[in-house]
Each structure stands twice: as C-alpha cells, then as structure tokens.
Design a protein. Structure first.
Length: 573
C-alpha cells in the first residue's frame, strides 16, 4: 500500500480542523497511522481510544438533497476532537480498499456515513470483518435522504445521526465475545469464522460471560425475560441456545451486571446514543425533528433522513421497556415506536404505545402532543406551552426498574399543569415495567428462595421475634418474575402494574410467616428455621412419617431421624 504525504492546508480546511480527507481509489493513499494504545476497562465505561470516521463522498453527489460532506466533518470534529475523520471517494463502490486502509490505520472503532448504507450494508460489513474489526466496533449510518427533503434539515440530521453513532462507539465493548448466526437459519458462527464469511445477512446471538455476572447463580432475570426460551439455567450455570436466540436483546435490558452481551447493542451503547439523540432533538426543535423514534433495525427505512424523527436503532422492540419512551417524554422530546414485520416486534410496539398513552392520560396530560402514533407518518410536534420540564434528565437510563422509576419520581416534582391531580391512578398492562408482588403467608415455608432470586433487592425478608416478615419496594421491582419461578410452594404472584400509591409508599410489608418454633427434644429451631407445617406438606409423599410429625411441629428433623434408628445392643457372650 502506498503512503501519501499529508494533504494541503486547504484540504484540511474543507474537512474541518484536524480532519484529513482521504481519497480511496484503486491503490489507496492513506495518512501514516499514529501509535494507538489500548487499556482494559469495565464494559459500559466510555472509551478514550480514537475513532475513525469515514464519510463517503456520495453524500455530496448522489440522490436528492446533496449536502456537504466537509460540513458534516467539520461539525463532528468540533464535538469529537479525538476522532479522526476522512472523506472517502466512492466508499460504497470500493469497500475492499477501505478495509485495507483500516488495517493500515489500526482502527478498532469505525463510524461510516454513506448513502448506500442500507442497500449495501452486508457487503460493507463483510469487508470490515476481513479487516478484523470487531462487530461492536462498527456503526454504519445510512445518509440517504427522503424524497423532497430540505437540504438544511438533511444536513442537521446527518450530523445528529453521526454524533449518536460516535457516542455508541465510545461505549462499545471490543473485548466481549462474538456470536452470530446467518439469517434466516440457525447456524451459529464462531468468532474466528465471523471475520471470513461472505456477504450474508447475520443476526447476533446473545453471549454470557460468567465472570461478569453479579447474580451468583441465583438471579434468573435474564432467563425470565427471554421471550424465545433461548436461555437456560442449570444449577448456577447459564447457557444460550444459539439456534433459538433471535438476537432481540430482551435479556440485556434486565441484566444489571452486563454479563449478557449482543454485538453492537449493549445497554451502555444505547444509553449513550439515546442521550445524544434527545439532546439533538431538543436543539433542532420541531422544525427539523419531531423527536426520537425507537426503531427496530429491520424497519429503520421507515424513519428516513430528512423526515420527522431521529432514529434510535435497536435489534428489536422486544428489548424495549416502558421506561425508554417515558424518559424521552420526560425530557420534553417527542417519541415514537417503530416495529418491523415480525409479529413479536410489532406486538411489543403496540403494547408499549398503549401503556405510555394510558400513563400520560392519567399522570401527565401535557405530554400527549409528544407521543407519535405508529400509523402516522407526520410528527405530533411538541406543544409550545409544554416546553422542557424542570429537572428533565440530562442523560437517558435504559435499565429497569431505574428507567421507569426516574420518570415516576420526576412526575411528582412537575408543575401542577402537567399532572392530573387524582387520589390514585393504577395501570395494569403486559408492558408495565414495574411489578406488584403478593405472597400467601399461609402456604409459605419461609425458605427465602424468592428473596435470593430477586436481582434488584426489591423483595426482602427479615426475622423478628419468631416471624419472617416479607417487604417489597415497588419502585425497585422490575417485574422480572424470578421470585415467582423460584418459589417451591408456588405462593408468590406477580402483576405488572404501575400504581401511584404503591410507588410513593416505598418499602411496605406484604406478608408474615410464623417461624422459630423449637424442637421439644433438643430445643433447636424446627426445620432449620423454616415453617415446619409447610415443609411437612412438601415431604408428605416421600417421607410421610416425618411429614406428619413436622406438621405437628413437635420435634426437628434430626431428632425424628434419631428416633427411627434401631438401638444397638452388645451381643451376649
């Protein structure tokens, strides 16, 4: 490969200060790569590595509403001085040369803006794999504008989309495992072969990293959240069925430790991108963007450049919780959910839209103009009277229950004209992201399995004077259902509910179970502190005699076993 001398000062000025344009033709000419140092970091923390930005020259030459690639480069450089920005001549027609260029630059994080980003996506990504770029280290932004779009709007939205891509890359975990399968189909692709296959469409497969899991084998939140039964917990070991996993990302939203990963779609990346898009939508206002559209990756064409919305691209709406659109609304920005043709994805979008509309009607009617209806192509622009609420979040959090709890907490502090002043509102829906837990104390054995399984600490139990008292904090319950599935007596129930009174109360007691009865023989607690009567019911079939005595709560298990052993006597001479 031929190395060229640095470009002239006039060329640098066209691309913005510090951004060197790069023309790639037959034998690529590139700048000499600098030294790049890398260091280990915790997944989700912003990365200080340099990011390479490649802007295809076709944004200034092809299709409707041509705009200046140099202007985009200059704007990106002002916001991301650490990025190295290049304008590449006909990038989409020569991706093989680009992959060679990236190898020379030793690039690990690459953002590409191109008007063929949708139509030639798989081809471009295949060449980047050959350059051994980690799938999480690539963001491909389609800059093809809609017909009859306004060039000024196209330029502003192009910059906003590229800034969101850079934010997403800054939090990408390039040390995580890679697992993909060809779509459609069920053939899993290893990390080594992922860099060698041709231009085939792929879907990421969820990966579990045991060393990152904080659940200690008791947390079942990810297993319960998977809508396709692809996650299995055997003892304390989690396994992923690659053939069943669709890469929807539902497991990511409930994993608080980042042990579940999906190429290019971690919660940290999406949080960074969402925060940028909300800030950009605020700045652009209703003249350039109606707000943020949370859109399935397979339906991103329905949110065109130059239209009404800035897209937050997700693998599927199945990974989206109610807290995502509600946080965008709480920031004073319009929101819309756009699903693909898949039934599960489209159904999730409808459920979330209905739930958010119900919550707004009950709690914050001033947000109604901010909700975009799925069937409408035109935006419902933010109401001028609504403005930006006081205390609107500067950043977006997407993990539950924090995502929804932040919104409900903000509603309490909003001015009176935002709220419907009623004594109580309660919304029960499959899309509700908080839960209401009840326990039948009469059938509870006080084993504590439900509290051990709770990943957020919402459900707790405390021993007080021979009574085990269960309490729950509604604002901390993510409605994952781990407590229900872990209960051996099946006395725990869960309803997906957002209740204003329960949320405001904080932690409250929901059940009491009598424990602490002592053995008549040895004086120790019966059944190791469990409720002996309920344990007796559990052992009724396998150990009927022990079960009968446990129900009487007379003697502990050890004493009962000792009583059944035959007494040995010494043989007579």
């Amino acid at each position: 490969m031929m190395v060229a001398s640095p470009p002239s000062e006039s060329a640098c000025a066209r691309a913005g200060a510090g951004a060197w344009p790069l023309a790639v033709k037959g034998s690529s000419a590139v700048e000499s790569p600098p030294e790049i140092t890398t260091s280990w970091r915790r997944p989700g923390m912003p990365n200080t590595e340099q990011t390479v930005v490649l802007l295809c020259s076709d944004v200034s030459e092809v299709g409707p509403s041509p705009i200046s690639a140099a202007a985009i480069a200059a704007a990106l450089r002002r916001g991301a001085p650490q990025a190295r920005i290049f304008i590449v001549e006909n990038l989409c027609s020569g991706p093989a040369a680009v992959s060679a260029t990236l190898q020379t630059l030793e690039a690990r994080r690459v953002a590409i803006g191109c008007r063929q980003g949708a139509t030639r996506r798989e081809e471009i990504l295949a060449h980047l794999r050959r350059a051994r770029i980690h799938p999480s280290g690539v963001q491909l932004v389609d800059l093809m504008p809609a017909e009859q779009s306004v060039p000024a709007v196209v330029g502003e939205q192009s910059i906003a989309r590229m800034r969101a891509a850079l934010a997403r890359l800054s939090c990408a975990d390039l040390e995580g495992p890679v697992s993909e399968r060809m779509a459609p189909g069920s053939v899993e692709v290893s990390r080594r072969s992922a860099f060698r296959l041709g231009n085939v469409a792929r879907r990421p497969v969820a990966c579990f990293t045991e060393g990152r899991c904080d659940g200690g084998g008791c947390c079942r939140a990810c297993v319960e959240a998977c809508p396709h039964g692809a996650l299995h917990l055997t003892g304390v070991r989690l396994s992923v069925d690659g053939a069943a996993c669709t890469g929807c990302g539902a497991c990511l939203s409930v994993c608080g430790s980042g042990a579940i990963s999906l190429n290019g779609s971690s919660i940290s990346e999406l949080e960074a991108a969402a925060s940028v898009l909300v800030a950009e939508a605020r700045q652009l206002g209703s003249c350039s963007a109606g707000g943020v559209a949370i859109v399935c990756a397979r339906a991103v064409a329905e949110v065109p450049l130059g239209g009404s919305w800035l897209p937050l691209e997700v693998p599927s709406l199945e990974m989206v919780s109610a807290g995502w659109p509600l946080q965008v609304l709480s920031a004073g920005v319009g929101v819309k959910l756009v699903g693909c043709d898949d039934d599960a994805c489209a159904s999730r979008g409808r459920e979330l839209s209905r739930f958010c509309a119900d919550l707004v009607d009950h709690a914050a009617p001033a947000w109604r103009p901010l909700i975009g209806q799925p069937e409408r192509s035109e935006p419902l622009y933010p109401s001028r009277s609504a403005g930006i609420p006081a205390g609107a979040p500067a950043s977006i959090k997407l993990r539950e229950p924090e995502a929804t709890a932040r919104v409900l907490s903000a509603l309490v502090s909003l001015p009176s004209d935002y709220l419907t002043r009623t004594e109580r509102w309660r919304i029960e829906s499959p899309a509700a992201s908080l839960g209401e837990i009840t326990i039948d104390g009469g059938g509870c054995s006080a084993c504590g399995c439900c509290t051990l399984a709770c990943p957020t600490g919402a459900l707790k139990a405390a021993h007080r004077e021979g009574v085990l008292a269960f309490s729950v904090d509604a604002s901390a319950c993510s409605a994952c259902g781990a407590c229900v599935s872990s209960c051996p007596e099946a006395v725990v129930t869960l309803r997906r509910v957002v209740d204003s009174v329960s949320f405001a109360e904080g932690r409250r007691r929901i059940a009491e179970v009598g424990v602490g009865a002592c053995c008549e023989s040895c004086g120790r607690p019966l059944a190791s502190g469990l409720a002996g009567g309920v344990v007796g019911l559990r052992l009724a079939t396998s150990h009927p005699q022990i079960a009968a005595r446990l129900r009487d709560e007379g003697r502990c298990t050890d004493c009962l076993l000792m009583a059944r052993r035959p007494v040995r006597t010494k043989p007579t001479a």
